[in-house]
Design a protein around this ligand. Structure first.
Ligand code: LMR
Length: 422
């Protein structure tokens, strides 16, 4: 029997076919571990009963257990048996998107009334950022993105994979463990007019350092002077102060000043819908016609990537936010989560002080949101893991959501041990 050799196009006798390629993927090296999710993998592999995970930003109750909010349980009870499995439109759930915009832009937002916001359901905050980065590349192909130093590690991956060049701006001041406002403003002023900036709307990840209201006003003013575009990643609305309205202040200040912003929203943290991947991308436009065009382009970007977003989590969100009683319950539960974290901040600081730590730990309670940017070095973090089975990212970020009354003493003692001779 004669066969055609696929690679060389030669006719050869059966049994004598010699493959030219022995392996398609031999050049592929293992990817480096993700600096955040890799910590969870290492934690899970550790058999020690003492182990503590303060790596990933995922809320735990005071027993260290994942939490499903009561409002979510109730929404699921209402869905049970009533959900068909039809596709959502490319732009996702219209109800969910409408409710989500109210959280960011305000219940009585004129922009919403005037239909000036192009918005689509996104695969949580990451998906919203990625969709925006792809949109930026397609419609502002020569622009770059200014990213704060430091930022959530995945921001770099997102804009890199969308082929948008990255630049940085000063944000964190290591000595004061606070905001480097002067350098940040300098960078905003010296960036070319009309630059794109990535801003964390609240509860900055990883530092827990947010500008004050007054500072946001100055930032917004300077953005106006320079004609910059602000893209807000709002992954923690409600987690900073316990009140989603208050946590949207930065965005509201920019809107008052007439900025046409972009915004990524996520329900991973504030509704505990981590694995459901529910979020929203919105872009404020000049008018309704432009918003229709922008939305159609966002949908067109989504279509070849994932076609349309998943339905279940979006329905949970729209049921909760569409029912005044359930929304009230949600607000109470968000506040409960934020308050537990605030309590753990004080407990960690007090424990370190009681141990006689020679260092100042004021920043633990000054910082806000899910994370404490402790100031520990990568080597100190490595010691925490090796000697105490405590898992956290090597930049010294502690996920305060993983701290409990049961482990705070152990954690403080371990931190004291690795930092006391620093
Ligand atoms: C984090 O920063 O830990 C979270 O946002 C989870 C993630 O996907 O990185």
């Amino acid at each position: 029997m004669l066969l055609r050799n696929a690679c060389a196009g030669r006719i050869v006798k059966s049994g004598a076919v010699r493959s030219l390629s022995t392996s398609w993927w031999k050049h592929v090296e293992p990817a480096p571990k993700d600096p955040i999710l890799g910590v969870t993998e290492a934690f899970l592999a550790d058999p020690s009963p003492e182990k503590v995970n303060v790596g990933v930003g995922a809320y735990r109750d005071d027993n260290g257990k994942p939490v499903v909010l009561e409002c979510v349980r109730e929404a699921e009870r209402r869905i049970a048996g009533n959900l068909n499995m039809e596709y959502l439109p490319m732009g996702g759930s219209v109800n969910m998107v409408e409710e989500t915009l109210k959280l960011a832009y305000g219940e009585n937002s004129d922009l919403i009334k005037e239909k000036r916001i192009a918005a689509v359901q996104a695969l949580s905050g990451t998906g919203a950022c990625r969709l925006f980065a792809d949109f930026q590349k397609r419609f502002s192909p020569h622009s770059q993105i200014y990213i704060p130093v430091p930022t959530w590690a995945n921001h770099h991956n997102i804009w890199r994979d969308a082929h948008v060049p990255q630049n940085t701006f000063h944000y964190y001041h290591p000595e004061s463990r606070g905001l480097d406002f002067a350098s940040m403003m300098e960078d905003i002023k010296s960036a070319p007019n009309g630059s794109f900036f990535l801003l964390h709307a609240c509860a900055h990840n990883p530092t827990g350092v947010d500008p004050t209201e007054e500072q946001w006003r100055e930032i917004s003013h300077q953005f106006k002077v320079k004609g910059h575009f602000a893209f807000f990643d709002m992954a923690y609305q409600g987690f900073a102060s316990g009140d989603p309205e208050r946590d949207a202040k930065s965005i509201r200040i920019f809107l008052e000043d007439g900025h046409l912003i972009g915004c990524a929203q996520s329900y991973a943290k504030n509704m505990g819908l981590y694995g459901q991947r529910v979020g929203c991308l919105s872009v404020v436009c000049d008018n309704e016609k432009q918003a229709v065009a922008v939305k159609s382009q966002l949908q067109q970007l989504a279509r070849p990537m994932y076609s349309n977003p998943p339905v279940h989590g979006a329905l949970v969100v729209s049921i909760i936010l569409g029912d005044p009683e359930l929304k009230k319950l949600w607000l109470k539960e968000v506040k409960g989560m934020a308050d537990r974290i605030i309590g753990m901040r004080s407990a960690l600081k007090e424990n370190l002080e009681k141990l006689g730590s020679p260092l100042s730990w004021e920043h633990i309670t000054k910082q806000i949101g899910m994370f404490c940017y402790s100031g520990m070095t990568p080597e100190q973090v490595d010691r925490l893991t090796k000697e105490f089975h405590i898992y956290m990212t090597r930049n010294g970020r502690i996920s305060m959501a993983g701290v409990t009354t049961g482990n705070v003493g152990y954690l403080a003692n371990a931190i004291h041990e690795v930092t006391k001779s620093a």
